[in-house]
Design a protein. Structure first.
Length: 397
């Protein structure tokens, strides 16, 4: 190694000497120019020195022209969207999911993308959000697919299916069993791109003024409930209606309702329904799993740069995870507090559960007969569940 280094140094010295003594005189180039060329850093492009200029300035590494900085990737133009919500930001679970979209998209995009949350009714009434997004009056909306059942009945199968699959199985069908393709196709045909953007723990069966001991006790009852679950109860003689959270107390006091279906204990407790109806029934047969969505105007979605689309998809996926596990963790403490308030927690009798199942089968038959897309969606889900059941029996304790 030492001999190699000595050889390199000797070669450089001889080379310089030959250059000065032989080549330089022939070119009539001043020696100062040759010395300058030896001082240039390897990374700096060669600089021509005029041969006829004897007084050419001496070039040094410090005086060499700097290499211009290569331009980095151009920053994405700032994007600002307005998002209406069907749920108040004050609600402990579903409201928090909507607010997390606003907070997380700005954080993950370093402020290049903002989605501003607006309380229900601030931009448009909740039940008009579908058309507002479709027409581009607002950029996006946070909602539940079941809200649009009157427009697209098959959407009822994408949140709160009576006696439906647990969330793990449900999401497996949606993401890898063909459900998402059906879901997004329904929306695309209406000028909307929708993403699953939140989940909730299983719901409860509801709040009742009086105990329900047999299926006959449902007859003549008026209950605040929507969706497929409401259609099931109607088969058992219940009149169903829709009541906003703000009007719950008034509806009970004025005799407009005898019972009420809300969500989970941690959400229900904030509304205080036990002041009017203290019998709290489980399980929530009508909502074993609940999913929420972010609807986006289709043209705005298509115009969105790829990195921003990926950010929204990532945030919505994380929102599903957060909603499920946070929801599961919150319920026990809420139940303990409810019992301290005098709430009577009950489970449905087997006779009642069977009556509800039978009524559900009649509802499914009606929906299949009335809407071919509902029929196709139900067939897809049912086939997936049949196959999944084999795996469940083998894999679960």
């Amino acid at each position: 190694m030492r001999n190699v280094v000595i050889g390199i140094v000797f070669g450089l010295v001889v080379g310089v000497a030959i250059g000065n003594g032989v080549i330089a005189p022939r070119l009539q180039t001043p020696a100062t120019a040759v010395k300058a060329s030896l001082l240039l850093p390897a990374a700096v492009p060669a600089v021509a020195v005029p041969a006829a200029t004897a007084s050419a300035p001496r070039l040094t590494a410090e005086a060499a022209p700097a290499v211009p900085n290569q331009p980095g990737p151009r920053p994405l133009a700032a994007i600002e969207w307005r998002m209406a919500s069907a749920f108040s930001g004050d609600l402990p679970q579903v409201g928090a999911l909507a607010k997390r979209i606003e907070r997380n998209i700005e954080s993950i995009s370093d402020g290049s993308f903002k989605i501003t949350f607006h309380e229900p009714g601030a931009l448009v009434p909740p039940l008009k959000m579908f058309n507002a997004v479709r027409l581009g009056a607002i950029d996006a909306a946070f909602s539940s697919p079941t809200l649009w059942a009157n427009k697209l009945p098959a959407l009822q199968l994408f949140s709160a299916i009576p006696f439906g699959p647990p969330l793990k199985e449900y999401l497996a069908w949606i993401y890898f069993g063909g459900g998402r393709e059906i879901f997004q196709d329904l929306y695309r045909k209406n000028g909307i791109h929708s993403l699953f953007c939140g989940a909730a723990a299983p719901g409860t069966a509801g709040w009742f003024r009086k105990p329900v001991r047999t299926p006959a006790d449902f007859k003549g009852m008026t209950m605040a409930m929507t969706g497929l679950g409401a259609k099931v109860l109607e088969k058992l003689g219940v009149s169903t209606t829709q009541v906003t959270n703000a009007d719950i107390a008034i509806a009970f006091e004025n005799g407009l309702i005898d019972s009420l279906a809300l969500a989970q204990p941690a959400s229900d407790i904030a509304l205080g329904p036990e002041r009017q109806a203290r019998y709290y029934y489980f399980p929530g047969w009508h909502q074993p799993a609940a999913l929420f969505e972010l609807m986006v105007n289709l043209d705005r979605w298509k115009a969105l740069p790829g990195p921003q689309r990926v950010r929204i998809e990532a945030i919505c996926g994380e929102n599903v995870r957060y909603g499920l596990f946070k929801g599961e963790a919150l319920q026990f403490e809420a139940l303990k507090e409810m019992t301290g308030r005098g709430v009577v927690i009950e489970r449905w009798a087997g006779e009642i559960m069977q009556a509800l199942r039978d009524a559900w089968q009649r509802v499914v038959s009606d929906e299949i007969a009335n809407d071919r897309i509902f029929a196709r969606t139900w067939s897809s889900l049912s086939e997936f569940r049949q196959d999944y059941e084999i795996w469940r029996e083998l894999s679960e304790l």
